[in-house]
Design a protein around this ligand. Sequence first.
Ligand code: CAA
Length: 285
Amino acid sequence: MVQSLSIKTMAVIGAGQMGSGIAQVAAQAGFSVMLCDNRAEGLSKAVLGIEKSLAKLFEKGKIDEHPPAILSRIKKVTQLSDLSSADFIIEAINENENLKKEIFSQLDKIAPAHVIFASNTSSLPITRLASVTNRANQFIGMHFMNPVPIMGLIEIIRGHATSQETYEITKVLSEKMGKVTVCSQDYPGFIVNRILMPMINEAFYTLMEGIAIPEDIDAGMKLGTNQPMGPLTLADFIGLDTCYAIMKVLHDGLGDSKYRPCPLLKKYVDAGHFGKKTGQGVYKY
Ligand code: CAA
């Protein structure tokens, strides 16, 4: 298998908010990056976002290298077949299991045998995604937090067959990208969402039951427990559709009624009010 020191080129599949953030931190760490998305306009938008983020970080002295130099390491590609020269591949498309499986199954034929595959899934089982490849030992979860350039953590998830070597290489790479890692076994929600999402879900029950208005629920948790954002604001930021989907994964996968998604959270999703990205969630944007 490839050694972490010999990894020079990383591929990131999906140029959404997470994928572009991952491409950015990989380029900041000195890797050549191929950012792959079949939507050319999505790729251009991602690069603009990366440019803005790098400019902000540079202005504040949080990075030393000039943004254009970092940006020059990111190459936009639109086909999976363009990724045959990548040394390490991270998938960061939306949480569509069939599409992820289709991509990994195709990549398995394209990528050389030594290449490690990582998924940024926030809730799908790594073991199940790995099962469509012939390299389950070289398959791992690499869960970045949003906003990727700011948040200090990568949650590494070991699938049923993930080898120790794959884990160690992924940990070294994550640290090169300036992140601290924690290691989770492959169970619903891993560590962060297993704990975070029930708190957010409970905030929706608190709202649904008329216990308090959104502003007081958020201020209560923000100031009362020193969190950077209250749980309803954070839910809007993450996406209410994503929060609901993760609660369903916890409920289905763990079978305990304490994980049942709050009906009010579902109602927002049914209404298409997904939070910041749609301009309306618990709050208006
Ligand atoms: N690139 C560069 N800089 C950025 C940035 C980006 N993408 N996003 C924010 N910033 C910078 C801002 O410029 C600002 O810098 P200064 O403090 O130096 O001025 C700083 O980050 C703070 O930003 P803001 O002033 O705009 O707003 P804020 O103080 O509310 O911070 C936040 C924003 C960093 C997002 C903060 O509110 C926060 O940490 N919130 C919690 C985020 C969180 O919990 N994320 C994890 C969600 S769970 C998850 O991701 C897993 C999952 O599967 C759902």
